[in-house]
Design a protein around this ligand. Structure first.
Ligand SMILES: C[S@@+](CC[C@H](N)C(=O)[O-])C[C@H]1O[C@@H](n2cnc3c(N)ncnc32)[C@H](O)[C@@H]1O
Length: 267
């Protein structure tokens, strides 16, 4: 299968595509959270929480190693943290856009998570769960082979310059039996799909432009979703990359959905 990936306007190769994506997210970082919640009428919160619940058994294990890649301003990370036990290993929260990551770190870093407690009770309690911000490219993770139990990515995978390379890199760092969750938009079919397309392709870019002050990022959003492989194609990319148990669960009439898969266990 030919390689597929994000192609922001003007990008002629993968390096230029990655750079354009990083610059775009750095530029919208100050308004990103506000726009997300307005444009999705807060449904995005339900999607992050539902995704985190799907991986509750792994998250509940204090020793599991969890990566939220393309974590942006950290809302997926925060949803994952709700299921981490006190004293559990911190979640690794990685992104290559520093302005996005800096905002995330204010929500999920150790200082943000450790509420001030009376010294008497704090002394006996294991540390509250937190995440460590890591500035990293999803296609070149600074992680050892077979070191991660769970990789989750929310609305980031679609922006990778090469989807197959992303899937290969995730497979490399997952432990045998480790799990992958990719939360992404999709385009629902039928009448609902037609009505949603009007909102997504016309209304959403106009609101985005008003709040954000620039047109590019919110024209890019619908066009990148339109270019993203539909579920059957994405599932075949996952299988061809070596994953097992590949599945897609639609959320909210298929506007978004969660891809799940696992690195095959050693036999
Ligand atoms: C739409 S935001 C999603 C942020 C967050 N996960 C959420 O659900 O709100 C996409 C994020 O993916 C990041 N991203 C895109 N390509 C990346 C790459 N190759 N490596 C690391 N981060 C990347 C962007 O910088 C951006 O912060």
């Amino acid at each position: 299968m030919p390689a597929t990936g994000a192609k922001p306007p003007g990008a002629t190769d993968e390096a230029a595509a990655a750079q354009a994506v990083r610059q775009m997210f750095d530029s919208i970082a100050p308004r990103y959270d506000l726009l997300n919640h307005v444009l999705s009428a807060n449904v995005d919160r339900l999607w992050w929480r539902r995704t985190a619940r799907r991986f509750r058994p792994i998250l509940a294990r204090p020793d599991s190693v969890v990566l939220d890649i393309c974590c942006g301003t950290g809302d997926m990370t925060m949803a994952l943290l709700r299921h981490r036990p006190r004293g559990g290993r911190p979640i690794l929260a990685a992104d290559f856009a520093r302005a996005m990551l800096t905002r995330g770190a204010q929500k999920f870093g150790p200082q943000a998570r450790n509420k001030v407690e009376p010294a008497s009770s704090a002394a006996h309690k294991p540390q509250a769960p937190y995440a460590i911000p890591v500035e990293a490219d999803a296609l070149h993770l600074p992680l050892r082979d077979a070191s991660i139990d769970l990789i989750v990515t929310a609305f980031g995978f679609r922006n990778l310059a090469n989807y197959q390379a992303g899937l290969r890199e995730f497979l490399r760092v997952l432990k045998p039996g480790g799990q992958l969750g990719i939360l992404e938009f999709s385009e629902p079919g039928g009448l609902i799909g037609k009505a949603y397309a009007v909102y997504f392709r016309r209304v959403l870019p106009a609101i985005g432009r008003m709040i954000c002050g620039e047109a590019g990022p919110y024209n890019y959003l619908p066009s990148s979703v339109g270019r993203f492989p539909p579920p059957p194609h994405m599932l075949s990319l996952m299988r061809a990359s070596g994953y097992t148990d590949c599945a897609w669960q639609p959320y909210t009439l298929g506007i978004a959905g969660l891809y799940t898969a696992a690195r095959p266990p050693v036999t």
